[in-house]
Design a protein. Structure first.
Ligand SMILES: *[C@@H]1O[C@H](CO)[C@@H](O)[C@H](O)[C@H]1NC(C)=O
Ligand SMILES: *[C@@H]1O[C@H](CO)[C@@H](O)[C@H](O)[C@H]1NC(C)=O
Ligand SMILES: *[C@@H]1O[C@H](CO)[C@@H](O)[C@H](O)[C@H]1NC(C)=O
Length: 223
């Protein structure tokens, strides 16, 4: 009397408790897939790029609060090309010095959002360039490798095979405002004989994620 629970109900409670604990441990072991770190709002990175054997060094200045992104592209033993993108869709591609080439393009998309990798599919871990990385793929557009420990990008590959190796990644670095001014010859009325220079520069600067994204979207729409 007064002992309360009968042995049978006692064992029922133990059974119940066991199954609760088992479920809890199962839930704990099923951790969600890691997600790529959002891009810092401002950073400077130096990347080495390989476009089907054509090598480039790119100084990338990402500046989200000011709605601008700069790719300063040194082609190996070749042209130095400035590829300045504004979030309103306008891009200036130009050279400086004696050649003074410039082409202006208007894309339908702004610069990459800091969270542009959101929704990417996790592919697991892989060692790349000597770093243990988490790897994601986004809509067959990009494969992205991020250092497991520091969360810094190490490497990415666009659908075209264009690859990036990240050499430096300085969070918070900002390029002086004066450097973002496209030269005066970008703003003069185009002359008829400008076309060859404009075409050569536009073709040599296939660098930025935004342009590739628009081309990719256009290509997917035509499928
Ligand atoms: C660049 O990529 C090509 C393949 O597209 C490869 O054959 C070549 O070895 C790469 N070059 C470097 C320096 O990684
Ligand atoms: C976008 O912004 C840049 C920089 O302020 C400017 O030079 C360009 O004319 C603008 N483009 C449009 C379409 O307003
Ligand atoms: C994408 O398609 C639009 C509309 O057809 C076109 O204006 C734009 O130039 C295309 N962009 C690229 C990068 O091919």
């Amino acid at each position: 009397m007064g002992s309360g629970l009968k042995p049978s109900s006692m064992s029922f409670i133990i059974l119940l408790l066991n199954s609760v604990l088992l479920n809890l441990s199962l839930m704990a072991s099923k951790t969600p897939d890691p997600t790529p770190a959002a891009w810092p709002l401002q950073f400077h990175a130096i990347t080495f790029m390989n476009n089907s054997g054509t090598l480039q060094k790119i100084d990338l200045w990402y500046d989200w609060p000011n709605g601008r992104n700069f790719n300063i592209i040194q082609n190996q033993l070749g042209k130095l090309i400035y590829d300045l993108e504004w979030d309103n869709g306008t891009s200036y591609h130009y050279t400086v010095g004696s050649s003074q080439e410039c082409s202006v393009s208007h894309l339908s998309v702004g610069i990459l959002r800091p969270n542009w990798l959101e929704g990417a599919t996790y592919l697991g871990q892989q060692e790349f360039d000597g770093f243990l990385c988490n790897v994601w793929e986004k809509v067959d557009f990009i494969w992205y490798y991020e250092d497991v420990i520091t969360k810094r990008p190490v490497h990415w590959v666009y659908y075209s095979g264009y690859t990036a190796h990240v050499m430096t990644f300085e969070v918070g670095a900002v390029l002086d405002d004066a450097e973002w001014q496209a030269p005066a010859y970008c703003f003069k009325e185009p002359q008829k004989d400008d076309t060859p220079a404009v075409v050569s520069i536009a073709n040599s600067g296939l660098s930025n994620g935004r342009l590739m994204w628009e081309m990719f979207n256009n290509a997917s729409m035509n499928l």
